[in-house]
Ligand binder design. Sequence first.
Ligand SMILES: [Fe+2]
Length: 124
Amino acid sequence: MDTAWTNELSIGNAVIDSEHQNLIVMIDRIESMIKARDVSSLSQELEQLEHSLCAHFVNEERLAEAVNFPFDKNKQEHLFVLKEFQRMKDELLAKKGAWTDSAAKDYSNFLSNWLSGHVIRRIC
Ligand SMILES: [Fe+2]
């Protein structure tokens, strides 16, 4: 993954920044596990990422609501990403490591592209 945390990515909220940093680290780990077909570690890490994504989105939505920031479009994006993530997670776990290198790259690209867009474009 090409995304690495820098202070330029900060949105000025310590909780959200910390969650974004954590998501970067988790997705980097997951991409390595996908590449290595480390299914037992991957299962646990995907569950943790799903939990972290849900918590992060709730925090962002609460923060936006608290400052009356229009967030409907972002909420829709959150729902879409969670649905796509769950689809990908189920597919990965069902394959039990039997995915091609090309599929591994597709899974990684989905995660990296979403994360880059979310954190770098500051969609939140
Ligand atoms: Fe975010």
